[in-house]
Design a protein around this ligand. Structure first.
Ligand code: HPA
Length: 274
């Protein structure tokens, strides 16, 4: 289904009734392992997705399904605890719906995090990667359908989807914290099956460094409506076929848990500086 601008406004208006004069500046869409940052927001106002018109539920394990407004690292934030994925059965405009609503509420920056498979054989599971670019060529765009000019143009430029200025802040923050930060291209595969070894070889040839099932749709929608974007990936496992062992959700969640401290320090450090 395609949403109308009025629907986005209705969602934003309902949220405004709850948050009053609070204006969020940074939208945060947090993947496996970092959802807890929503729990440490100061002066929090939590709104379950079910209470917001046109919002969808989030069914992925470990995703709470609420928006938390408040301050984090001195910034006014809107934290999405739980994102929507295409593999859950949502269309891409449903997956990215909240990003546009948060834009209407005042957010001009998007921080996205995810767990993904590591395509590079010279990197390791547990490493963190700064997303410098993305590839989402083999599935529809969240912008498909009538363009809503209130958000942006029909054919938006994506040459710097992940904002160079924010990438530089991330590099400096990681260096200050002695955190090794890889840099690379996030290759979107919609899942929910993990990739085959042949698909991973194809991803590598095509220029992907990490492979995952989220983030790219939200980034496209955020770029369209003029938001600055900072993205991080936790390389939770070596991608299919690199090691002679099956991939499992448990491996991903265990890696996310293990990286929680390092990952959250980096994200909060960047948030403080942007
Ligand atoms: N592939 C796709 N998505 C993922 C992976 C993976 O290996 N790990 C975590 N999310």
């Amino acid at each position: 289904m395609a949403y109308t601008f009025t629907q986005y406004q209705e969602s934003a208006d309902r949220i405004k009734e709850k948050i009053g004069s609070f204006v969020p500046k940074v939208a945060m869409v947090l993947g496996s392992g970092l959802g807890f940052l929503g729990d440490i927001v100061e002066d929090p106002i939590a709104i379950p997705y079910g209470e917001i018109p046109h919002f969808k539920a989030s069914t992925a394990p470990g995703h709470k399904g609420q928006l938390v407004f408040g301050t984090l690292a001195g910034k006014n934030v809107a934290v999405m605890q739980g994102r929507m994925h295409h593999y859950e059965g949502y269309e891409y405009d449903e997956v990215s719906y909240a990003v546009r609503v948060l834009r209407l509420l005042g957010c001009d920056t998007l921080i996205v995090t995810n767990a993904a498979g590591c395509v590079r054989t010279d990197w390791q599971a547990g490493d963190l990667m700064l997303i410098t670019d993305q590839i989402k060529m083999f599935s529809e765009s969240p912008l498909r359908g009538a363009n809503l000019p209130e958000f942006g143009v029909r054919f938006p430029d994506a040459s710097h989807l992940y904002t160079p200025r924010l990438q530089q802040i991330a590099r400096e923050t990681a260096a200050d914290m002695f955190i090794t930060l890889r840099e690379g291209v996030y290759f979107y595969c919609y899942g929910p099956q993990y990739e085959t070894p042949a698909e991973i070889r194809a991803v590598r040839i095509l220029g992907g460094d990490a492979v995952g099932m989220s983030t790219a749709p939200e980034a496209i929608a955020a770029g369209h409506c003029g938001m600055e974007i900072l993205g991080f990936t936790l390389l939770s496992n070596m991608a299919a076929g690199i090691l002679d062992q099956p991939l499992s959700e448990k491996e991903v969640l265990d890696a996310a848990e293990a990286a929680k401290d390092k990952f959250s320090r980096l994200v909060l450090g960047c948030l403080r500086k942007i």
